[in-house]
Structure formats: structure tokens, C-alpha cells
Ligand binder design. Structure first.
Ligand SMILES: NC(=O)C1=CN([C@@H]2O[C@H](COP(=O)(O)OP(=O)(O)OC[C@H]3O[C@@H](n4cnc5c(N)ncnc54)[C@H](OP(=O)(O)O)[C@@H]3O)[C@@H](O)[C@H]2O)C=CC1
Ligand SMILES: CC(C)(CO)C(=O)C(=O)O
Length: 320
């Protein structure tokens, strides 16, 4: 049995994909997500299409019966997830992480010595379209570290080294802050050249930091990492026809950070833009734009409001 700890957008969509393909999956999560699924089954669209009955649990006990555990909580919820794993994981059961950011797999591994932690990466966006309905709203396939426990998982690609993949995904996730601050959906935000300019500059800043650190990010979306800023800086008439189509972003997509702000939850910004700021500091480099994005997101967590591109620039100039 596969237990998914943290059934939300990613846990329901990926766990549901595997259940639709015939795997035995139990979703562990909160009543607001799981009660409608327990009542009416789980419905998926945008990738695999269909409805499946699912086993659900509002408590972590099923972890003890799992052959494989998938952790799909937000990074801010890791302390609680780790406490559940510590209390219920059967020794020898491997863990796959499906979380953004670089540090979550090592945080879990450090907290649970002896446990095999296999990093995974989800490149696509998932939105909730109804109480029990989860929709894949952009392109891509799940990648996980190759291991006997992950071989044969449906709709998953295995690779031996996940570090470049995680860094490649982090570059795309620098947009989570820009998207969340814009107050717009992903399609509308990326259609806006001023927003794209901020993102292009944040990625360029991050690429400089990764270069100094000797890190080569993998290609995660349609383009190699070093070509992304160039594509983002193209005029609207080009980007809005070619660029948006390459990523397959539909109009309902919105970043997971925007979801958190809308729900009044703390965001993962320290694990995304904040990761670049910390790495830059290690190498004595400035990262004023990612620092500005990080601090603005923390402000908006306290006092919700949309922040225009010009204000983000002004803050970066002050932090630089
Ligand atoms: N949403 C997306 O499109 C994408 C998300 N990601 C990444 O995937 C990861 C998961 O994100 P996402 O699916 O959006 O998150 P969600 O917030 O949608 O889902 C996580 C769920 O897990 C619950 N949860 C937290 N801790 C526990 C626990 N100890 N036991 C049971 N349930 C728990 C949360 O409840 P509560 O709110 O009460 O904490 C929430 O309902 C993140 O790292 C995100 O960045 C990656 C690609 C795309
Ligand atoms: C898929 C993507 C990049 C969409 O912003 C994401 O990872 C997220 O929302 O956290």
C-alpha cells in the first residue's frame, strides 16, 4: 500500500493518478479535502481523466501499513509530518517527497536517521475544480529518484541524480512569489511583461548564484534554464502565443503560494527565493531581488494586498 501524507493538490492528483492505474493508495489529510472524496470518490482531469474510490484517513495510523510513503505537505508543515512519521513509520519503509524546494528531503532524512528518503519533483500545477475534483493545469511529468521502491510507479520518470532536477524546478518556483504578489492567476501574470521582467531578473540573479556554487540546474520545463530569462523578456505578442503554450498553462492555474496566501497560511517563500538568498550569502554574493521577493511575501502573509512590479523593483533597489 502507498500512503500519501498530506493529501492536497499534489497528494490527491498524484495519489489519484496511481489509484486510477490500479495501485493501492491511502490518502492521509484533513477533513476539508478528504470528506468529499470519501463521500463521492476522487475525480481527476487535465492528465489522467476519471473518477476513483479512494481510501482516506484523517489520522496518520495507515503510515504503519505502507510499503511506500509519499510526503506531499507544504514545507511549512514538515515539523508535524515528521512527528507523524516518527510515531508511525515502520522501519525499512522508504519515503518519496513530492515537495518544492531543495531542503525538504534532507530535513526528513536528518530527522529520521536510517530511513531511505527519495526526492521527487512535480513540474505541473494542480487546481481544485470542485470539492472532490483536482485538475492538472500545466504540462510535465513527475520525476523521482530511481530506486526499487519507485520503479513501476505509474506516470513517473526515474532519474539517478535528483539534485539538478530540484535546482531546475527551484528556478521555475521563483515565480511563485511574483505570482502570489501579483494577485493574478498564472496565465494572466505571465502574460504581463512587467511581471515577466521581474521573474527573468530573479532567475538571472539565481543562475549567477548557482554558477558560483558549481550547481548546474537540469532542464525542467520546455527550455534549458539559461534560456528561460531570454524567453521571459520577449514581447507579449511572442511570449503570449509561444511561451505560454510551451508550458501548457491553462487559465485556471495559480501558484501553490497564491493558494497559501488566499487561505491565510504561511508560505514556502523561505524554501524558494529564500534558498537563493541563503546560498548567495554563503558565497558573499548579493541577491537583492530574491531578498525583496522574500520579504514582500512575508509582509503580504500578514497584510494581504497585491504588489505591483514597480514596487518590487523599488524594494530590490533598496535592498541591493
Ligand atoms: N499545488 C501545486 O500545483 C504544486 C505544488 N507543489 C509542491 O507540492 C507540495 C504540496 O503542495 P500542495 O499539494 O499544493 O499543498 P496543499 O496545501 O494543497 O496540500 C497539503 C495538505 O496536507 C495537509 N497536511 C499538512 N500536514 C499534514 C499532516 N501532518 N497530516 C495530514 N495532512 C497534513 C494540509 O493541511 P493544512 O492546510 O491543515 O496544513 C493540506 O491539506 C508543496 O511543496 C508545493 O510547493 C509542486 C508543484 C505544483
Ligand atoms: C507548477 C508550479 C511551478 C506552478 O507555479 C508550482 O510548482 C507551484 O505552483 O508551486
Amino acid at each position: 500500500m502507498i500512503a500519501v501524507l498530506g493529501a492536497g493538490a499534489i497528494g490527491c492528483f498524484v495519489g489519484g493518478t496511481w489509484a486510477l492505474a490500479g495501485r493501492d493508495v491511502t490518502l492521509i489529510g484533513r477533513p476539508g479535502v478528504l470528506d468529499p472524496i470519501a463521500e463521492a470518490g476522487l475525480r481527476l482531469s487535465g492528465g489522467p481523466e476519471g473518477r476513483t474510490d479512494m481510501l482516506t484517513s484523517l489520522t496518520p495510523e495507515p503510515l504503519s501499513k505502507a510499503d511506500l510513503v509519499v510526503v506531499a505537505v507544504k514545507a511549512t508543515a514538515l515539523p508535524g509530518a515528521i512527528a507523524d512519521l516518527r510515531a508511525h513509520l515502520t522501519p525499512g519503509t522508504p519515503i518519496v517527497t513530492l515537495m518544492n524546494g531543495i531542503s525538504p528531503p534532507s530535513l526528513i532524512a536528518a530527522a529520521l536517521p536510517g530511513v531511505t528518503v527519495l526526492p521527487g519533483m512535480v513540474p505541473f500545477n494542480v487546481v481544485r475544480r470542485g470539492p472532490n475534483h483536482w485538475h492538472k493545469a500545466s504540462a510535465g511529468e513527475v520525476i523521482v529518484r530511481d530506486h526499487p521502491a519507485t520503479r513501476g510507479l505509474p506516470a513517473v520518470r526515474q532519474v539517478s541524480d535528483m539534485a539538478p532536477v530540484a535546482w531546475g524546478k527551484l528556478l521555475l518556483n521563483l515565480n511563485n512569489a511574483v505570482n502570489a504578489l501579483s494577485g493574478l492567476g498564472l496565465h494572466a501574470q505571465l502574460s504581463d511583461r512587467a511581471c515577466r521582467g521581474i521573474l527573468a531578473d530573479a532567475i538571472t540573479e539565481a543562475l549567477g548564484v548557482l554558477h558560483a556554487a558549481g550547481i548546474t540546474p537540469a532542464k525542467v520545463g520546455a527550455l534549458p534554464a539559461h534560456r528561460i530569462p531570454q524567453m521571459l523578456r520577449t514581447p507579449d505578442w511572442f511570449f503570449n502565443t509561444v511561451g505560454l503554450r510551451l508550458q501548457g498553462i491553462d487559465r485556471s492555474a495559480r501558484s501553490s503560494m497564491a493558494d497559501d496566501l488566499a487561505a491565510g497560511r504561511p508560505t514556502e517563500v523561505d524554501f524558494l527565493n529564500g534558498e537563493i538568498v541563503s546560498l548567495a550569502a554563503t558565497y558573499g554574493l548579493p541577491a537583492p531581488l530574491n531578498a525583496a521577493l522574500t520579504s514582500l511575501v512575508h509582509e503580504v502573509e500578514q497584510t494581504p494586498r497585491a504588489i505591483p512590479a514597480a514596487e518590487i523593483r523599488a524594494r530590490a533597489d533598496r535592498q541591493g
